[in-house]
Design a protein around this ligand. Structure first.
Ligand SMILES: Nc1ncnc2c1ncn2[C@@H]1O[C@H](COP(=O)(O)OP(=O)(O)O)[C@@H](O)[C@H]1O
Ligand SMILES: [Mg+2]
Length: 298
C-alpha cells in the first residue's frame, strides 16, 4: 500500500509508530502535514498539491488530526476520500466525534449508557437546567476540552450556577453531567480497532483530582476489559463510524458508561502500559479495508 499519515508533526510518538508499523509490514508510508495540503475542487475531478508538487495514488490515509485544526484537516481528509483513498476514520466520522453534544445524542439514541448530561443556551434557564440533572456534585465540561483541561467538578448548587454563568460570560460551549463518584478517579481507555478492543488500560487520577487524564498526572496500568465493556466500546465506535477510536469508559454501579470517544487516540500511553503493538493492529486493519476496496472496484 501507498499510505499517507496526516499529521502536523512527524516526530510525535504516534506518528512515528504508525510509519514504523507500516514500513515493517512492507508498505510505503509518508507523513503529510494537513496544513500544507491544498486542493482543487471541480466537477471534473479532485486534485491535491503538497508543498508545491501534485500528490496522488494514496490507497490509504491515516488521519491524526488535532482538535485545533479539525475543520481544515477534515476537508483535506475528505479530498483524499474523494480521490479514492480508504481511511478507518472518515472526515464525517471525525467531525461527528469532535462534537461532544452530538456524540452524546447519537450514543444515547442507540441505548449506550453515559453520565446523564444537560446543556442549554439561555442564562435565564440555568436554574431549571441544573434541576433537570438533579443535585450536585456536577461535572462541567467545555465542549472543546481535551486532556482534562476543561473539566470542572462543582459540589454545591451555588458553585454549579456560578461556573455556568462565568462560562456563559466567556461565550464558551459546555455541558453539565452527573458526577460518577464511585469511579474514584479512574476510567478505562479501550482502544478499538475495527470491531475489536485491541488494548485496554485503567487510568487513575493523581491524589486529590478526579480527572484520570495522563496529561493531568494520571497513572496507567494494563487491564482486561470485561465482555460487557468491550461490547460497549466497540458499539460506541461503530455508532460514530470510527474504525480507530479511544473509547473512555467509567465503571459505574449501573454498568460501563461512555465518557468520550476519541478519534485520534494517542499510542504512547497505551503501548507503554499494555505492550500491545497497537500501531501494527491499525495497519493490519487498514490492509483489510484496502483489500475490500480493491474487490469493490474490480
Ligand atoms: N461525569 C463524570 N463523573 C466522574 N468523573 C468524570 C466524569 N466526567 C469526566 N470525569 C473524569 O474526568 C476526566 C476527563 O473528562 P473527559 O470527559 O474525558 O474530558 P477530556 O476530553 O478533557 O479528556 C475523565 O477521564 C474522568 O476521569
Ligand atoms: Mg478524556
Amino acid at each position: 500500500m501507498k499510505l499517507a499519515i496526516l499529521s502536523r508533526n512527524s516526530k510525535l510518538y504516534s506518528t512515528r509508530r504508525l510509519v514504523e508499523a507500516a514500513r515493517e509490514r512492507g508498505h510505503s508510508a509518508r507523513v503529510l502535514d494537513p496544513l500544507r495540503c491544498y486542493m482543487r475542487i471541480a466537477s471534473d475531478g479532485f486534485d491535491m498539491h503538497y508543498k508545491g508538487r501534485p500528490i496522488s495514488g494514496y490507497q490509504a490515509v491515516l488521519p491524526r488530526i488535532g482538535a485545533s485544526i479539525t475543520r481544515y484537516g477534515c476537508a483535506v481528509l475528505r479530498q483524499f476520500e474523494l480521490m479514492g483513498s480508504v481511511t478507518p476514520n472518515s472526515a464525517e466520522a471525525i467531525a461527528r466525534a469532535r462534537d461532544k453534544l452530538r456524540t452524546h445524542q447519537l450514543l444515547a439514541a442507540q441505548g449506550i449508557d453515559m453520565p446523564v448530561t444537560v446543556f442549554g443556551d439561555n442564562p435565564d434557564d440555568t436554574v431549571d437546567l441544573l434541576s433537570m440533572l438533579g443535585p450536585p456534585p456536577h461535572v462541567i465540561k467545555l465542549n472543546e476540552s481535551s486532556q482534562g483541561a476543561g473539566v470542572i467538578l462543582t459540589e454545591k448548587p451555588s458553585a454549579s450556577r456560578s461556573v455556568v454563568e462565568a462560562l456563559r460570560g466567556l461565550y464558551a460551549n459546555f455541558l453539565v453531567q452527573e458526577f460518577i463518584a464511585e469511579a474514584e478517579g479512574a476510567d478505562l481507555r479501550c482502544f478499538v480497532v475495527g470491531d475489536e478492543v485491541v488494548a485496554a488500560m485503567r487510568r487513575q487520577a493523581p491524589k486529590g483530582d478526579f480527572r484520570s487524564n495522563l496529561h493531568r498526572g494520571g497513572s496507567a496500568e494494563a487491564v482486561e476489559a470485561s465482555d460487557d465493556e468491550r461490547k460497549v466500546a466497540v458499539r460506541a465506535a461503530r455508532v460514530l463510524g470510527l474504525g480507530v477510536a479511544g473509547v473512555d469508559l467509567i465503571r459505574a454501579r449501573r454498568g460501563p458508561l461512555v465518557l468520550e470517544v476519541n478519534s485520534s487516540p494517542g499510542l504512547e500511553g497505551i503501548e507503554a502500559a499494555t505492550g500491545v503493538n497497537v500501531a501494527g493492529k491499525i495497519i493490519e486493519n487498514l490492509e483489510k479495508a484496502d483489500k475490500k476496496a480493491k474487490r469493490r472496484r474490480s
